[in-house]
Design a protein around this ligand. Sequence first.
Ligand code: RP5
Length: 162
Amino acid sequence: MSEPIVGIVMGSDSDWPMMEPAAAALTEFGVPFEAHVVSAHRTPRRMLDYAESAEARGLRVVIAGAGGAAHLPGMVAAATPLPVIGVPRPLDRLDGMDSLLSIVQMPAGVPVATVGIGGGRNAGLLAVRILAVADDALRAAVGRFQAELADSVLARDAALQE
Ligand code: RP5
């Protein structure tokens, strides 16, 4: 397998069901990735080591998912020049609004591209699009994916007419 160019990190292994669709999207497009548990609160030094070494290790995009006081995406973005995509996890309380606001409302200068609550798949697809900016073959694959998506909607509409 090729060296990973996308890093998926999550605050807990309990986040994996939300993050697995991100991994699945990357796999669909043949993008090599790694996935690790890296907690901003429980393993802060590990988080900094991960973020600070990410670029030199060959990563080009980081996808970070967390719930509650979800500081992981923002703190990773603070410690790497790579684009960071944040995925807010809905926990039992507050329906993920706390996670969303913790991730999306970043101070100017430290951007996190935040997807919707529980939006693991879109995070993976957004990472693919970011990589596709400098990769013609990947951009063509994104175009085919979009055409298939449109076809599937038309097919469902046609089924409704039967
Ligand atoms: C966050 O706390 C994690 O990202 C997770 O979403 C949440 C709960 O973690 P666990 O208590 O399930 O390990 O840091």
